[in-house]
Design a protein around this ligand. Structure first.
Ligand code: ATP
Ligand code: MG
Length: 736
């Protein structure tokens, strides 16, 4: 059999990993060294030469986008269809298992996936029911607690109710949360994994046997980011004859905050006997300049397994840094650079703008829109997260399952139909008391005539509306149902009343949803012809699961916007890493803990190594974010890069005008202190952006000013002591 096409494009170490006998294998290697390529070729190799059936392969990737790409590559390499093959994310695969075996898993057949917003809403409701004050018990903290337990494989019944009131309340709420999910037939992301682990481990040993016999070879990409429960899942599946191939890079572990365990890499050999480790050292992705920059940053981390990474590629253009005047200027600069890049005959989707926090995207988006540059966002305020879309989906969900309380809460009075808080409270109260869903409670309340006529009519109106929609939708296809829902619900009309662009764009989005369902249906029928899940349920799951990876308008050539986290595993010829400022990146949350700081640095390494040809760092000397204006110092990550590797881009004029064009490269890296005219506190001699020394707190940067004279207050971001407000007259500040 001629298999040279599988090996031709590989180096020796890669070839060794691809052709290794059936055994446990760990490929540990730096960014861009071909790990994912090896994984794909290995699948093809096993099918072609070892005679493994595509059915016997289970491949886990990090994003749905990566999974789709993987399928495409395998089909291309082998000229076969990958239909029966299980390729997906941990969540996606767990979901597939649960849909197929919902009964064994103890779920309702129409269970719905809750995204993190739904989850938070439910938790808020439970807090109210338990009379918890949300300043003392912030719902987000409870959400974090619940998710962290699930990631460790723990249910409320496993947790001790200690004497500590904090712990006890958390556990009580976790239990109430579990019960509410059970009643409503809803499962959150963590539950997908936990439930499917329990399904195989505890509930259905025969199923476990079945899948163990079926999956002979399990492959995991981005292994460094598997958490405890995912690892347990892998161990459960791969006991006995099954073999595992894991590929990963300890320097790219960026999900520690979500329970990912880098130690899984180290302990792999203990749990999977005979694991052979292969290292790849040649980088094929980036120019010398980019790779040197990445290495310069990551070498500041301790605790590395240590790897050499080299390339025999071109030196390439130097990495550039642009210090913008403010965030508008930063966005403007990026759009200018991209426009030039396009003019040189490149494609838009070969460029990516990366940021640390979702909130940074808005200004970038606006600049792109102003210049008419199509763009696409992965993650963040994504299509399925938009208010109007979530409302429409909630109607669809309620049609699929009347007991979906989260959906009911969301739209019972959207658009407004005279159902007040009083009525809602009554419904909640009854639901809780009787242990039934809100839908049932609402029905009972109207039957029992417990409400004043007006409120009762309003509620009855809503119940009739949903029932009528249900009847009408019955014979319709998915996209027709969607069309029905957005019109009959009154959502379109509701947004028509909204003024300006906003309402218009919401209507366009709703219309886009109809298109999205139509596209989904045809894709679903192609890929999953053998499964008998309802199309609507599948679509709703997909919308919740897709994590913004696929937007409805995915076909046009557009600039790619995403957080650094969601850029993992991807590559782009042109990359912008934005907001390179202390406090933003590294994120202020990570400043205190050395472990977190190292994780931020790995994130920086991930960002840099996405770039193939050209990398820009940008920062804003003054930035308005979350409604606050801040002056930040350049990120320490920038300062960790030797000056010789970075070329600073400066405006080609003496006066900085945010909207002027014409930038000029210089080899200097002066971080001249900006001379701010506004916000200075007169005679106190303190101004924004000034470096000062405090006798106790040490050196810091003035980031905020209030008032004037000796009573003026300043906020200083101290290098070691964090940010503090001080009164200028007392603070004994020394200018540096
Ligand atoms: P990451 O750590 O970022 O996930 P990776 O190790 O998975 O990176 P790949 O994405 O598999 O790396 O490969 C990086 C790039 O190098 C890809 O464009 C890939 O096609 C290319 N590449 C990998 N190996 C070779 C090779 N032997 N010859 C030519 N190109 C290669
Ligand atoms: Mg990869």
């Amino acid at each position: 059999m001629d298999v040279t096409h599988l090996l031709d494009s590989l180096n020796d170490a890669q070839r060794r990993s691809v052709t290794a006998p059936l055994q446990n294998l760990l490929v540990l290697a730096g960014a861009g060294s071909g790990k994912t390529r090896v994984l794909v070729h290995r699948i093809a190799w096993l099918i072609e030469t070892e005679g493994l059936s595509p059915y016997s392969i289970l491949a886990v990737t990090f994003t749905n986008k990566a999974a789709r790409e993987m399928r495409g590559r395998i089909e291309q390499l082998l000229g076969i269809s990958t239909q029966g093959m299980w390729v997906g994310t941990f969540h996606g695969l767990a979901h597939r298992l649960l849909r197929a075996h919902w009964k064994d898993a103890g779920l309702q057949d129409n269970f719905q996936i809750m995204d993190s917003d739904d989850q938070l809403r439910l938790i808020k409701r439970l807090c109210k029911e338990h009379n918890l004050d949300d300043t003392r018990w912030p719902p987000r903290q409870i959400q974090w607690f619940i998710n962290a337990q699930k990631d460790e494989g723990l249910r409320s019944k496993h947790l001790e109710r200690s004497a500590d009131p904090y712990q006890r309340t958390m556990v009580d709420l976790y239990q109430a949360y579990e019960e509410a999910c059970e009643r409503g037939g809803m499962i959150d992301f963590g539950e997908l994994l936990l439930r499917s682990l329990e399904l195989l481990r505890d509930r259905a040993p025969a199923l476990l046997q079945h899948y163990r016999e079926r999956f002979r070879y399990v492959l995991v990409d981005e292994f460094q980011d598997t958490n405890a429960i995912q690892y347990a899942w892998l161990r459960l599946l791969c006991q006995g004859e099954q073999k595992l191939m894991a590929v990963g890079d300890d320097d790219q572990s960026i999900y520690g905050w979500r329970g990912a365990r880098i130690e899984n890499i180290q302990s792999l050999g203990d749990h999977f006997p005979g694991t052979e480790t292969v290292r790849l050292e040649q980088n094929y992705r980036s120019t010398q300049s980019i790779l040197k920059t990445a290495n310069a940053v990551i070498q500041h981390n301790t605790d590395r397994l240590g790897k050499q990474l080299w390339t025999d590629g071109r030196e390439g253009e130097p990495v550039s840094l642009y210090s913008a005047f403010n965030e508008q200027d930063e966005a403007r600069f990026i759009v200018d650079q991209i426009s030039q890049w396009i003019e040189q005959g490149n494609r838009r989707d070969e460029s990516a703008i990366l940021y640390r926090s979702n909130a940074q995207s808005r200004v970038l988006e606006e600049a792109l829109i102003r210049s008419g540059v199509p763009y696409r966002i992965y993650g963040g305020q994504r299509f399925y997260d938009r208010l109007e879309i979530k409302n429409a989906l909630a109607y669809l969900r309620l049609l699929a399952n009347r007991d979906d309380d989260t959906a009911m809460e969301r739209i019972i009075n959207v658009p407004t139909r005279g159902i007040g808080t009083r009525t809602l409270e009554l419904i909640r109260e009854r639901a809780r008391h009787e242990g039934i869903s809100m839908w049932r409670a609402a029905n009972e309340i109207t039957e029992l005539k417990q409400l004043p006529a007006r409120a009762s009519n309003a509620l009855q109106g809503f119940l009739n509306l949903i029932n009528q929609m249900g009847t009408d939708a019955d014979a319709l296809s998915l996209h027709e149902q969607t069309d029905l829902v957005i019109k009959a619900s009154g959502l379109i009309e509701h947004h028509e009343k909204e003024k300006g662009e906003k309402g218009q764009s919401r209507i366009e989005n709703l219309e886009e949803l109809v298109t999205a369902t139509r596209q989904f249906a045809s894709q679903w029928e192609r890929e999953n012809a053998d499964e008998n899940t309802s199309l609507l349920a599948a679509f709703l799951d997909q919308a919740a699961l897709d994590a913004g990876e696929a937007q409805a308008d995915s076909h046009t050539d557009s600039v790619q916007l995403m957080t650094l986290h969601s850029a993992k595993g991807l590559e782009f010829p042109l990359v912008f890493m934005t907001g390179m400022e202390e406090g933003l990146f590294p994120h202020s949350m990570s400043a205190e803990e050395p472990g977190r700081l190292e994780e931020e640095r790995r994130l920086c390494y991930v960002g840099i190594t996405r770039a193939m040809q050209k990398l820009y760092f940008t920062l804003a000397e003054s930035r308005r974010l979350h409604g606050q204006e801040k002056i930040n110092r350049p990120s320490r990550f920038i300062r960790e890069i030797p000056e010789t590797l970075i070329e600073e881009v400066r405006l080609n004029s003496t006066v900085r005008r945010p909207y002027s064009s014409g930038y000029q490269n210089q080899n200097s890296r002066l971080f001249a202190q900006p001379n701010y005219e506004t916000g200075s506190a007169d005679d106190t001699q303190v101004y924004l952006g000034q470096r000062v020394r405090h006798p106790k707190f040490g050196e810091g940067l003035v980031i905020n000013l209030e008032g004037s004279g000796p009573k003026a207050r300043v906020e200083i971001n101290f290098d070691d002591a964090g940010s503090k407000w001080l009164v200028v007259g007392f603070a004994k500040l020394e200018s540096l």
